[in-house]
Design a protein around this ligand. Structure first.
Ligand code: SAH
Length: 244
């Protein structure tokens, strides 16, 4: 049997926001690999071997997936959102760099709806003009890099989408981000907190930066910081397409 590896994005949470391409491929796999909390989102089928992995061992998870595919298995490696956005696709290529013998494996990346797009759609169109996405965690890069990128992005007046903003293990980083935003932006700058988008626990709120409370943010939150023109209209939040 010729094996393959599909690195798939499950979307933000709701099965309706998982692409047809991904759902179809998951019906043909023999092995499912992923972080435990994402695996529960994939319907189980008799005959599929599930390989549960803990968080933080992404390259080992990627290598296992590649080895299974090399041995002839049809492997689905799952990520939330899009696999290329702060997720497993890069870990697969890291594993391929480390183990060139695996480079012959048939690998395909299947995109998904990333959290910032799902969050933006629920609020209106806050990403309607130039924006950038930042991983706000300092797990994989020094804190000075996080700070510098946020500073430069705000200076350039990009709308910011902040992933991984705050965790129990890193409660203080987001406080520093809020202080930095307050130092650079006017207090009326609009900030969107989108939590658990597309799930039953969804919460979408936006308010001026002056009202942002760091402890309202957790690992299920996607934070969008508007540019200087981002504003509410009716019950929506949007960023105009033009720039004066
Ligand atoms: N690959 C994922 C991102 C993984 S990083 C994607 O493309 O969406 C994990 C971070 O994504 C979380 O800390 C949170 O900031 C964001 N996130 C993922 N799912 C989310 C959801 N349903 N609602 C809000 N934020 C989410």
């Amino acid at each position: 049997m010729t094996g393959w590896l599909k690195v798939v994005g499950l979307g933000p949470g709701n099965a309706k926001q998982c692409t047809h391409e991904v759902t179809s491929i998951l019906e043909t796999i023999t092995d499912l690999v992923g972080y435990s909390s994402y695996l529960s989102r994939v319907p189980t089928r008799p005959g599929v071997t599930v390989h549960t992995s803990s968080n933080g061992v992404e390259v080992a998870r990627a290598k296992l997936s590649l080895e299974l595919a090399q041995a002839g298995r049809k492997v689905g490696l799952v990520s939330s959102g899009d696999p290329g956005v702060f997720a497993m696709a890069s870990a697969v290529f890291e594993a391929l760099e480390q183990t060139p013998a695996l480079q012959t494996v048939d690998v395909q990346i299947l995109p998904g709806i990333t959290a910032m797009l799902a969050a933006a759609a629920r609020a209106g169109a806050p990403l309607g003009h130039d924006f950038c996405a930042l991983n706000a965690s300092d797990n994989l890069k020094p804190w000075s890099v996080v700070e510098r990128r946020i500073r430069c992005a705000v200076e350039a007046d990009f709308v910011l989408a902040l992933y991984n903003p705050r965790s129990k293990a890193r409660p203080h980083g987001f406080n520093r981000i809020v202080s930095q935003l307050r130092a650079q932006c006017e207090p009326t700058r609009w900030v969107l907190l989108a939590e658990a988008v597309s799930t039953i626990n969804e919460s979408i709120q936006w308010f001026p930066l002056s009202e942002l409370q760091a402890d309202k943010v957790n690992m299920r939150t996607l934070v969008i910081v508007g540019n200087r023109y981002t504003r509410p209209v009716g019950r929506w939040l949007y960023t105009p397409r033009y720039y004066q």
